[in-house]
Each structure stands twice: as structure tokens, then as C-alpha cells.
Design a protein around this ligand. Sequence first.
Ligand code: SF4
Length: 267
Amino acid sequence: MAAKGLIFDIKRFSVNDGPGIRTTVFFKGCPLDCRWCHNPESQSCEPEPISVTRRLNGKEYQHQETVGKYMTVEEVMAELLKENIFHETSGGGVTFSGGEPLFQPEFLADLARACRTRNIHTCLDTSGYCDPCLFSRLIPLFDLFLYDIKIFDRDQHIQYTGYPNDEILANLRQLDKTGVPYIIRVPVIPGVNDDAESMNSLLTFTGSLGNPVKEVHFLPYHPLAFHKLENLGRTDKMDKSIRINESELHKFVIEFEQAGCKVKTGG
Ligand code: SF4
């Protein structure tokens, strides 16, 4: 059993990370470096200082906190079990997110097994960037995958995330063959993957998958990370003025629906 995992948040009453009411466990550490990362505090594999603003009696106070805490499986399970009544009554469960949970594979596997023994529904929210042999061993531990496909073009993927997407696509293909349910999630980033060519590549790839239930969630870019980056003492690599073209996105949604996909826009 992995001794401890690095967690940066445990969010209760989450309704956007899988079915029902869920508790989302955010793993800290990610191998990718997406320019638009909405959780920049999740990227480093170490606890790190963050500047936090608190309001008291109408005044604002700034102080330093540490983001990221080493926890045992038992400590995380104790938090999850407090919420179990909500999971059970809503058809929810636990979602592992990040960061990239697969970056701490032993701890993730131990947590998923602990949830299984308690009959807690488990969902893995992942970039899929992981050694395919390791990924295939972990697939059976989860009831549902929220699987990110960011960019189809390999060179562009390297340009915007720092790494190629070969393993990501290979891992989705092997997940597809297992029959374990998954939802494809696409962060829609203006000027990066919101053009017709990118969307057509995604649509063609989705059509080639064997899973008869093709569910795709589009997650439009919001410049939410700006303040977090400031608080971490880092600079934003994105142009804050860019915005999603809603009507263009709506056209893509219709194309995906016409191709038989179940589509949702937003978290
Ligand atoms: S995979 Fe997710 S957590 Fe990792 S850098 Fe990209 S957006 Fe951030």
C-alpha cells in the first residue's frame, strides 16, 4: 500500500464531476503543462505556498497558506465516508481529479480499492497521460472515466501541453475496448482547438470508437486561473481577453448530436 498521497483539496457536494452528488478528491501533481490549466495549484508535485485573501469585517487580509497535504488512504477514506449518505441517496460517489491522479498510481489504486470495499461508486477524471501498461491495470478499479481530449494534432499537443498525445489516444482506445463507461471531456480553448478542423478530427475519432454511448462534454475556456497564478507568484501564459465564440461552439454541438453523440456544454 502506498504510504501517503499528495492531495490539494477534497470538495464536497460536487455535481459536475460525474453522476449524483459526489466528493471530489483533487490529487496534486501533473505531468502535463497545459497553457490554460484552470488548476495551476495542482501542477507541482510538492506542497507549495499560495497567497490567500480573506475578508473580515469588510476588510481584506492577505496571508500565506500551503497548498497540498500528504494524506494516508485511511485519512482520505475517513473524509469520504462522512459524505456517504449523500453518495448513496443521490446515486453519486467519489471522483478522483487533479492535477493528474494517475501521476500517483499506487495511492490512487489503494484509494479506489478502499472505495470498492465500501461499495462507493468511483470515477476517474484524467488526462489519460500515462504508460499504457499501467493504465490497463488501473482501468478495472473505476466505474466511470471522465477522459480529457484536449488537442488532436500531435505537434499542437506538444506546443500547448508540453507532451505528445500518442499515449492519451492509445489509452482511450484501450479503455473503449473494455466496456467500462467513459465520457469524453474537451476543454474548448479559443484559438487552440475551437476551429472546424480540430472539431472534425475529434468527431471522426469519436465515431471510430466502439462504445455505443458516445457522450462528449465541451468545457468552454474561462480565464479563471489568472488570480490563482498571481497568488502562486506565476505568470499567466494565456491572453486574458480571449473568449469562446458561443455561436460557433453551438454549431459544433449540433454536428456532434447529429452524429449520434450525447453532448453537454459546461462543467
Ligand atoms: S492535465 Fe489538467 S491539471 Fe494537468 S496541466 Fe493540463 S489542465 Fe492542468
